[in-house]
Design a binder for this molecule. Structure first.
Ligand SMILES: *Cc1c(COP(=O)(O)O)cnc(C)c1O
Length: 228
């Protein structure tokens, strides 16, 4: 187990000029590591399994802002609805409807990012450009149906690749979409978050307009592969 203090400080320094938010991705990592990062002042943490997130949230400090960064199944929304700070991976209208339903039940507004499929690979989740447009038009047409959801912006994952040109192309594409939709009246000026960039590509993502990065292995060390 590990919290890599020097690497953490270096990331904060590199982000300082940009004003970007750091989400420390703690998936698979023990609570002790999270508490070390917490002791260093970190408050935003990202998890991608509902069960793991719920367990950690119950035993860790209440002022942690928990980001759900994985693929969220509709039948699991209810477990995180009471406390989740930001859902990064919304990739269907029906998921949005379920989040709305659970948010009403818990008398909360739940902040969400729409996930866009920007990588070349088939395996990554998210809307393609046309689906994103349809989703946004659906919300615009019926804002009352989504009145317990705040769409805060967009999220995306670039290709798993070392090709900087390809990565910057994908990041720039997401940034262009972000700008295209940012000023719609329906958002009330709250569409301000562009979540892109991970350990291997966060500096590039920032240079392409990201203002929220999700970094795991640089801060906590490499992860074991999940057995489940
Ligand atoms: C695991 C994960 C990250 C962090 O990955 P690292 O390469 O460890 O920084 C970021 N975003 C998502 C969606 C993830 O699942």
């Amino acid at each position: 187990m590990a919290f890599l203090h020097e690497a953490y400080d270096e990331i904060l320094q590199r982000l300082a000029g940009s004003g970007a938010t750091l989400v420390a991705v703690s998936k698979t990592k023990p609570e002790a590591d999270i508490m070390e990062a917490y002791g260093a002042g970190q408050r935003d943490f990202g998890e991608n399994y509902v069960q793991e997130l719920v367990g950690k949230q119950a035993s860790l400090p209440e002022d942690i802002r928990w980001h759900f960064i994985g693929h969220l199944q509709k039948n699991k929304v209810k477990y995180i609805a009471p406390f989740v700070h930001l859902v990064h991976g919304v990739d269907s209208i029906s998921l949005l409807q379920e989040i709305q339903k659970q948010a009403v039940k818990h008398n909360r507004i739940i902040d969400c990012l729409l996930q866009v499929h920007i990588a070349g690979e088939e395996t990554k989740f998210g809307f393609d450009d046309a689906e994103l447009d349809t989703c946004i038009k659906t919300i615009q047409a019926s804002p009352a149906s989504f009145d317990h959801i705040r769409i805060k912006g967009l999220m995306g994952m670039a290709s798993f690749s070392d090709d900087r040109l390809l990565l910057s192309k994908e990041f720039n594409h997401l940034h262009t979409l972000f700008q295209k939709y940012a000023n719609l009246l329906v958002w009330n000026g709250q569409f301000t978050v562009l979540s892109m960039g991970m350990s291997s590509d966060y500096a590039l993502a920032i240079s392409c307009g990201s203002n929220m990065v999700r970094i795991g292995s640089l801060i906590f060390g490499e992860r074991e592969k999940r057995t489940a």
